[in-house]
Design a binder for this molecule. Structure first.
Ligand code: MSP
Length: 618
């Protein structure tokens, strides 16, 4: 009987397009799913979106859309991003799927009938970003510890889930199942926190209606976490998928670890379902040492990630390799391009193209491959089983180094030794096979290139290969075709400027790109010269309550005197990535009209208050 393997990512909030953090979890899940598939297991890989709740309702309102329309418009962006990264999920679940909503209601009713849900009143500090209540002691200066934003005080009638009842059972469960929380240090953290005592959790809302109706009291809608967590189960209540329950692995970052490690098993115990095997809590990515967040322009979306090296495999490789699994990491564009150039293009790419070039000229002779003995496959498998992807990749690339040295030392181009080439070719095929989980597109190209059939003295040297369920045809190596294109250097290239919402300057600009711009009315509060810069002023702007004070450097010194600018209202681009100019961090640009050496500022009407958003009418 084939073993099954069920792996999930969190279902993401579709209040914006996915960024490098979401891409990380999804790539890791994909690599683990592919690896298990290659091990012969029947794999079910689930991802999707968490579409109910106040956060989405508010984002929709801001965009002037109904919540459903708002999420419907964003889902293709998620699917498209995952397609671009070659994410091979089995199912994309949405919490607005009818089937899921029905199951959430069924589960609420089950838990209610069991006596685990009761009506009460809740007053507490609520962070919309987290969709969660906080106690006073969790807060930092009255702000959510994660989002650093002021929390709201909410008071409402709500149904509670008796989490406190499960305190003992949860502790026993962790004790008996040491593999449930990985890495292990996270397990201790949870146990200590639970020992401090568990409070019942509020699982319904009446203050808004974007959610699943509570079946036993239709005035209430289900609290997002009850709704969201059950997605993992409802996806297996579809035809043919029942066998996948319970999940083998839920992957996530620390931000939502508590909900998965505590609420989730307690909810499942309450409704009498079996519990998942493991949770893996991976590290958190920062961007140039800062929290990835749209408000400070520190996000990088999937398209921009791919554009850096024009290769989705480099993004996948970089994210899996760059940090020890479980550890936090700092993302920088330079680090990604460096790894692409140094490891993928230089080490792997060169080995492949060099060998392919030699095979074109020298006949390969089958022999026993001593070179392959340097590869410790068992070790790699062990790393993959404990989800240490970075270590598995280290091991594979150490072998790539060995192969490169082997070619260098044996000099087959001079000796014309076909046996050496056979050994190297076999090793490359093995490497491609091992790397398929991480860099599928390149791996498939390599395999295709090296599995071409060539008959020498009656021997078939290149075997037919198969992976996933695609058959690779036995192509002949086409001599006129250059054996390259597996991994080419993306150098020479300048590192692109840091930017999240960068606008393409090539060709036509799409509506969607233009709509990303956030233009605001701003008032100039201070004007200062910048030492050594004869065209620039440093301007301090008031951009209203929501955005506050901003500093920009603007090249308008030739056209305006200082006192002509002070107090003036202008149009300001508020969501451009900050940029250092003359040692000053310039936080955006202003709007001006310019022609033939004349530049004038575009003025809003005098009654337009600072902070007002400029809208684009279609
Ligand atoms: N909707 C909930 C999850 C419900 S699961 C039943 C949610 N969504 S989210 O869009 O905020 O996604 C959070 C997850 O995205 C993290 O747990 C992690 O998997 C991924 N990441 C988002 N930002 C990240 C980083 N900066 N670094 C690493 N992972 C990040 O929470």
């Amino acid at each position: 009987m084939t073993k099954k393997f069920y792996v999930t990512t969190p279902i993401y909030y579709p209040n914006d397009i996915p960024h490098v953090g979401h891409a990380y979890t999804t790539i890791v899940a994909d690599a683990i799913a592919r690896w298990n598939k290659k091990q012969g297991k029947e794999v079910f890989f689930l991802t999707g979106t968490d579409e109910h709740g106040k956060k989405i309702a508010e984002a929709a309102e801001k965009a002037g859309k109904t919540p459903k329309k708002f999420v419907d418009d964003l889902i293709p962006k998620f699917k498209d991003a995952w397609k671009k990264l070659n994410i091979n999920y089995s199912r994309f679940i949405r919490t607005t799927d009818r089937n899921h909503e029905k199951i959430v209601q069924e589960m609420l009713q089950k838990s209610f009938d069991k006596g685990d849900i009761y009506l009460g009143e809740y007053e507490g500090f609520y962070c919309i970003g987290c969709e969660a209540y906080y106690t006073e002691k969790d807060l930092q200066d009255g702000c959510c510890p994660l989002h650093k934003k002021k929390v709201q005080i909410l008071k409402e009638k709500t149904y509670f889930f008796k989490l406190s009842k499960y305190q003992k059972r949860l502790l026993e469960f962790y004790q008996k199942n040491p593999e449930f929380i990985l890495p292990k240090n996270k397990r201790t953290e949870i146990i200590n926190r639970i020992k401090e005592g568990l409070r019942d959790v509020s699982i319904s809302r009446t203050s808004f209606d974007w959610g699943v109706k509570v079946p036993f009291d239709k005035k209430h809608i289900s609290y997002v976490w009850f709704d969201a967590l059950f997605n993992y189960y409802s996806a297996t209540r579809e035809k043919g998928k029942e066998k996948f329950w319970p999940a083998d692995l839920h992957i996530m970052a620390k931000d939502i670890f508590w909900f998965h490690a505590v609420y989730w098993p307690a909810f499942l115990m309450s409704v009498g379902l079996s519990l998942p095997k493991s949770l893996f809590i991976h590290g958190y990515w920062t961007f140039d040492k800062e929290k990835i967040s749209k408000s400070v322009g520190k996000v990088i979306n999937v398209e921009e990630l791919i554009r850096l090296t024009s290769n989705p495999d480099s993004v996948r490789y970089f994210l899996c390799r760059a940090t020890a699994f479980g550890e936090d990491g700092d993302f920088s564009e330079k680090a990604l391009v460096d790894r692409h150039n140094g490891e993928l293009a230089n080490k792997l790419g060169n080995l492949v193209s060099r060998t392919a070039g030699l095979i074109e000229k020298i006949d390969v002779i089958k022999c026993e491959s001593k070179l392959l003995k340097n590869l410790n496959e068992k070790k790699i498998e062990k790393f993959m089983e404990s989800y240490e992807l970075d270590k598995a990749l280290n091991e594979i690339f150490a072998f790539v180094d060995v192969c490169n040295e082997y070619v260098q030392n044996k000099k087959p181009w001079a000796t014309k030794d076909g046996k050496v080439l056979y050994e190297v070719k076999e090793s490359i095929l093995k490497i491609a096979d091992l790397l398929w989980a991480f860099i599928p597109e390149s791996s498939e190209k390599i395999k295709k290139q090296f599995s071409a059939k060539k008959i020498k003295k009656g021997e078939i040297l290149f075997e037919k290969i198969e992976f996933d369920n695609k058959k690779i045809e036995n192509d002949k190596i086409n001599k006129s075709e250059k054996p390259e294109g597996i991994m080419t250097m993306s150098a020479p290239r300048a590192y692109p400027e840091k930017s999240s919402e960068k606008i393409s300057t090539e060709g036509t600009v799409n509506y969607s790109e233009w709509e990303k711009l956030d233009l605001r009315v701003a008032q100039i509060k201070k004007v200062e010269d910048i030492e050594g810069a004869d065209k620039l002023y440093k301007l301090e702007l008031d951009v209203g309550k929501e955005i506050g004070k901003r500093i920009i450097c603007a090249g308008i010194k030739e056209y305006y005197k200082k006192d002509e600018l002070k107090g003036k209202k202008i149009i300001y681009f508020s969501n451009l990535a900050p940029r250092k100019m003359r040692g000053i961090e310039s936080q955006g640009m202003l709007l001006a009209a310019s022609s033939k050496g004349k530049t004038v500022l575009i003025k809003p009407k005098s009654n337009a208050d600072a902070g007002l958003r400029v809208v684009f009418e279609k």
